[in-house]
Write a protein that binds this ligand. Structure first.
Ligand code: NCD
Ligand code: ZN
Ligand code: ZN
Ligand code: ZN
Length: 362
């Protein structure tokens, strides 16, 4: 017996579509196709491109180039640097979040200096969140600054050791949210042996114990974000290609848009999370926290019964691989309807791209 689950379209506030600058990995078309195939109808793109999205012009260029080519709705996040502060007011109405890299990762956007971080938190006066990439306890400096300037913050890809600081800040009344990534919920450092460079990302995979801690605290985490960070296999295996100007070794990051729902539905079956709570984490909460526009008459029908082994076959992401090969996936996206139009059915896109570039409604 097959049972259909109807979700409002899934939402992901943290994806790297790689355009401009690295369209060998992904672009607006392939990235939004991967999103739709995974059940997403609304996603937000990150600013760590080449060139980074840190000026009104680079933002406009993205908006212009995305128009007419995207399969789901797409919004943008702006990159924080000491130099981009001057543009905050100007871009506030056009982006859903301000991304600050307080620890090293892919791209040149690291903000290391205390004074620069302070200036950034002081200058971002929007009601929309400052999205924080912070390794381990660096997250505490973000919480400190958010309190100092009474800013709304969102902690990207939480790890087990950050949960208590976030919970404490929330109890103290700070407007703080957090996201967890599927790779931290379904893989551990033990998998790195097997996966090699394909198991490398920021923050790195956790110990089994820390992974369990994330599951035990899943109800305290607001949303699931994929941190869809495609790199080509050639780049992943090329030890000489620097992940960032100062580092050698494989590029950080893994794709995730097409595997999140099947992994999470397996978790539902195993009793790790309820379907209701999953819907909150994948749809309701990100919409609410990021003030995303309502999508009228938009939904995803998922046949919940098929189970299968996740593989690299048939992926829409241009990078064409997943770190979750061999894991059990459950459910099949049968149909995606965007504003009343069927855009994806039985594994195929129907008709032209109907996604819209979206802007905050505040
Ligand atoms: C991301 C990327 O490749 O853009 N990589 C990653 O390992 N998560 C950047 C990021 O989100 O930190
Ligand atoms: Zn990050
Ligand atoms: Zn600490
Ligand atoms: Zn990311």
């Amino acid at each position: 017996m097959s049972k259909l689950i109807k979700f409002p379209g899934l939402v992901d506030v943290h994806v790297h579509l790689r355009e401009p600058g690295a369209t060998q990995k992904e672009d607006f078309e392939t990235g939004t196709q991967a999103a739709v195939a995974g059940g997403y109808t609304q996603i937000l793109d990150m600013p760590n491109n080449t060139p980074p999205t840190t000026t009104p012009q680079t933002l406009e260029d993205k908006i212009k180039s995305a128009k007419g080519r995207i399969y789901c709705d797409l919004g943008f996040n702006f990159g924080a640097t000491a130099g981009s502060v001057q543009y905050f007011k100007e871009v506030e109405q056009k982006v859903f979040g301000l991304k600050i890299y307080m620890s090293q990762t892919t791209g040149p956007l690291l903000v290391n200096k205390i004074d620069d971080r302070d200036l950034i938190f002081k200058s971002w006066q929007s009601q929309l969140p400052i999205m924080v990439h912070a390794r381990d306890h660096i997250v505490e400096s973000a919480i400190y600054l958010a309190k100092k300037y009474n800013r709304k913050i969102h902690i990207c890809h939480v790890t087990a050791n950050q949960l208590s600081s976030i919970e404490k800040a929330k109890k103290e009344g700070l407007s703080i949210s957090s996201e967890v990534c599927p790779h931290h919920l379904f893989l551990t450092i033990d998998d790195v042996q097997r996966l090699g460079p394909l198991g490398i990302m920021k923050p790195p995979l956790l110990s089994k114990k820390d992974k369990q801690k994330l599951w035990q605290n899943i109800d305290k985490i607001d949303m699931i974000s994929t941190d869809h960070a495609p790199h080509t296999l050639a780049e992943k295996y090329d030890q000489t290609s620097p992940a960032s100007p100062s580092q050698g070794g494989p590029k950080f990051g893994v794709p995730g848009l097409e595997t999140t729902l099947p992994l999470m539905l397996t978790a539902v079956k195993e009793g790790l999370i309820t379907l209701e709570r999953l819907t909150e984490m994948l749809c309701t909460n990100p919409r609410k926290i990021f003030n995303l526009p309502n999508q009228q008459n938009t939904y995803v029908l998922v046949d919940e019964s098929p189970t299968y082994t996740i593989s690299n076959n048939g992926l829409f992401t241009k990078c064409a691989w997943t770190p979750f090969v061999g894991l059990e996936g459950r459910g099949k996206v049968q149909k995606v309807v965007l504003r009343g139009k069927t855009i994806f059915e039985n594994g195929k896109f129907t008709g032209k791209s109907r996604g819209q570039v979206i802007f905050p409604q505040i």
